[in-house]
Design a protein around this ligand. Structure first.
Ligand code: PRP
Ligand code: URA
Length: 208
């Protein structure tokens, strides 16, 4: 299994603002979306393309376009939906599925409350979106649900990952590639990522 950490001064700059507890909802949302675009850019480096012929104002040429119908994006509710705008800005025809999960505050185990994906999901590569990979429980369960639907190729896109979550996901799903903008230090006793950014869902939706 591969883990790709997107290292770039622009990413680090945006992460610094995102993590800051003084950053408000509007800016937080914009940054989550921008970082999602950058992750998508990297995760689709090996995207399948087909040849097309177009005409520039100067001449005809053969070039390539992405086979958009080979992909689907699946945010994990709630916080994953914060990454959608950034994805749609580069993949405007994207098919979107949703997995609804929340972590039990005491056991930290995920509970599934919603699952709706495109009918032909088994014929698509799926990119799961969730800003946080903490214990890995939510991501691991989301991957299991998608595999049960016949999905064969999955990538997991997150803004911040904890080493514990990466390890757990590697053990359960060694075939899934993780893309993140930061591998942080550790989890604290409440299974929050340290230094992290706090509760991603609450900061995106302003619920605390
Ligand atoms: C957060 C986050 C992930 C999950 C990560 O969601 O968005 O889905 O926790 O933690 P894990 O790796 O330990 O499973 P949360 O359950 O707080 O729900 P929310 O998005 O509705 O806020
Ligand atoms: N979920 C979050 O939103 N933040 C964390 O640090 C861990 C899980």
């Amino acid at each position: 299994m591969e883990v790709f950490e997107l290292k770039h001064p622009l990413v680090e700059h945006k992460l610094a603002i995102l993590r800051d507890k003084k950053t408000g909802t509007k800016e937080f949302r914009e940054l989550v979306s921008e970082l999602a675009t950058m992750l998508c850019y990297e995760a689709m480096r090996d995207a399948e393309t087909h040849e097309v012929e177009i005409e520039t104002p100067i001449t005809k040429m053969k070039t390539k376009k992405i086979d958009e119908n080979k992909y689907a994006f699946v945010p994990i509710l709630r916080a994953g939906t914060g990454m959608l705008d950034g994805i749609i800005s580069v993949m405007p025809n994207a098919k979107i599925g949703h997995v609804g999960m929340y972590r039990d505050e005491e056991t930290f185990k995920p509970n599934v409350y919603f699952f709706k994906v495109p009918k032909d999901i088994d014929k698509r590569e799926v990119l799961i979106l969730d800003p946080m990979l903490a214990t890995g429980g939510s991501g691991i369960d989301a991957i299991e649900l998608l595999k049960e639907k016949g999905v064969k190729k999955i990538k997991f896109l997150c803004i911040i990952a904890a080493p514990e979550g990466i390890k757990a996901m590697q053990e359960k799903h060694p075939d899934v590639k993780i893309y993140t903008t930061s591998i942080d230090e550790k989890l604290n006793e409440k299974a929050y990522i340290v230094p992290g950014l706090g509760d991603a869902g609450d900061r995106i939706f302003g619920t605390k």
